[in-house]
Design a protein around this ligand. Structure first.
Ligand SMILES: Nc1ncnc2c1ncn2[C@@H]1O[C@H](COP(=O)(O)OP(=O)(O)O)[C@@H](O)[C@H]1O
Ligand SMILES: O=P(O)(O)OC[C@H]1O[C@](O)(COP(=O)(O)O)[C@@H](O)[C@@H]1O
Length: 303
């Protein structure tokens, strides 16, 4: 089974207006509320690809209830641990430019953490756990590392979509895949890239440090996959970008889901790219029809 973990889910409140003027009363042209959080986005993409998965994490209050109901409406399996405080609301303002104001999220009590962790005792070598998104305000990085140790002790695989020191620290535990974008990769090693060769050089370091597969996403410029003896490059298909929120999560969903099914990294990369672009070209996350439309446009070449 594939499990996604969203420790700090959200309602993504999308607000559209022609122009945002600070310090004035602004009136919106359109608004929409979507269940948000990176792990949840991965789960929704896996579901579109027809892959069975369970979304885990913490949900609380009326906002948490909304997220749960929206996910159940689309038939997603969930097993969120209830918490006392309200799930956060993330405001995404689309005006002359895009502005995001993400909430802090609820504090999670020790008893709530214990109830959540108990679910991992039953994992087996057939399972994959995907961690994506920020931690709740009172939890530190050790929260992920303790869980990763537990997961690896059961022989299960894990994926963690994180950046900086937290990413470097998890590599020794051999994540199934890591997917920094090119900016995150540069920050990770405190360097500035002058070309593709630099990106490949530093991407390869992640492989050397323990990652089983390395993807580097480059938004509208496509992506790279670095393996022990080959580097693959894809240019993103052209299209009208409607909303790139969740493109990275979609790429992870496409890769992990396809890899779990086929054990073929190149095919998994192809689906990852298609899901990422399909989401960038959709109002919400990509649906199956959009992914199928984009898939034949994905071209991968050896670099
Ligand atoms: N503007 C775009 N046009 C086409 N494809 C895109 C666009 N933005 C993202 N994608 C696809 O989605 C993938 C992930 O997007 P990216 O923005 O790099 O991830 P993240 O959200 O993690 O920064 C990219 O590698 C690319 O394949
Ligand atoms: O970074 P991506 O892949 O666009 O993910 C978007 C999702 O991440 C969020 O911005 C939350 O991010 P954080 O968990 O890092 O705060 C959600 O609001 C949104 O659904």
């Amino acid at each position: 089974m594939i499990y996604t973990v969203t420790v700090n889910p959200s309602i993504d409140y999308i607000v559209q207006l022609k122009e945002l003027t600070l310090g004035e009363v602004n009136r919106m042209d359109y608004d929409n509320k979507l269940p948000g959080g990176k792990g949840i986005n991965v789960s929704r993409i896996l579901k579109e690809l027809g892959l069975d998965n369970v979304a885990l994490g913490f949900l609380g209050g009326f906002t948490g209830q909304f997220v749960k109901e929206e996910l159940e409406k689309v038939g997603l399996k969930t097993n969120f641990t209830p918490v006392a405080e309200d799930t956060r609301i993330n405001v995404k303002i689309k005006a002359q430019s895009e502005t995001e104001i993400n909430g802090r999220g609820p504090k999670i009590s020790e008893a709530e953490v214990a109830a959540f962790k108990a679910q991992f005792d039953k994992l087996t070598a057939d399972d994959v756990v995907i961690f994506a998104g920020s931690l709740a305000p009172n939890l530190d990085d050790n929260f992920y590392f303790d869980l990763i140790e537990l997961i690896r002790s059961k022989g299960a695989q894990f994926v963690i979509d994180t950046t900086g020191e937290s990413l470097l620290k998890t590599l020794a535990q051999k994540p199934l895949v890591v997917k920094p974008n090119n900016h995150e990769l540069a920050d990770l090693f405190d360097v500035e890239f002058t070309g593709m060769d630099d990106i490949v050089k530093y991407g390869r370091k992640l492989l050397d440090l323990g990652a089983q597969h390395v993807l580097i996403s480059m938004a509208g410029d496509g992506g790279l996959m670095i393996t022990k003896d080959k580097v693959y490059r894809s240019y993103a298909p052209k299209g009208t970008v409607i909303n790139s929120v969740g493109a990275g999560d979609s790429m992870i969903g496409g890769f992990v889901g396809t890899y779990a099914k086929t054990k073929d990294p190149l095919e998994a990369f192809r689906y990852g790219l298609a899901c990422g672009s399909a989401t960038a070209f959709s109002e919400d996350l990509a649906d199956k029809a959009k992914i199928d439309e984009i898939l034949p446009l994905i071209k991968i070449e050896e670099y």
